[in-house]
Design a protein around this ligand. Structure first.
Ligand SMILES: [Zn+2]
Length: 97
């Protein structure tokens, strides 16, 4: 059986990822020198998401109640990962030009 066939997995949300998406949007707006192509942006997203503690919740039962301490920790993790990840992707882009 496939979980996808029986359950709506869209109701399983990673709050950390949602925060990361917003932060990367702002990062791209503020760093025009960083390559905006899909490959580099997805590489940056993957790097940051791999370095940030996930915060999963179900939007049906648990509306992801805000937890300031946890979100502050996530913010610090994102800051560090964004700095390191953007440097790494810029230095070693997965494309030739
Ligand atoms: Zn690129």
């Amino acid at each position: 059986m496939s979980l996808y066939d029986f359950y709506n997995l869209d109701n399983l949300r990673n709050r950390s990822a949602e925060i990361v998406y917003g932060r990367i949007e702002r990062f791209l707006e503020q760093h025009e020198d960083f390559c905006h192509c899909e490959q580099c942006v997805l590489d940056l997203l993957a790097y940051v998401l791999n370095h940030v503690t996930p915060m999963y919740g179900t939007s049906l039962l648990d509306p992801l109640s805000p937890n300031p301490d946890r979100e502050k920790k996530i913010d610090v993790e994102i800051d560090l990962a964004l700095k390191a990840g953007s440097k790494r992707v810029a230095a070693h882009p997965n494309h030739d030009s």
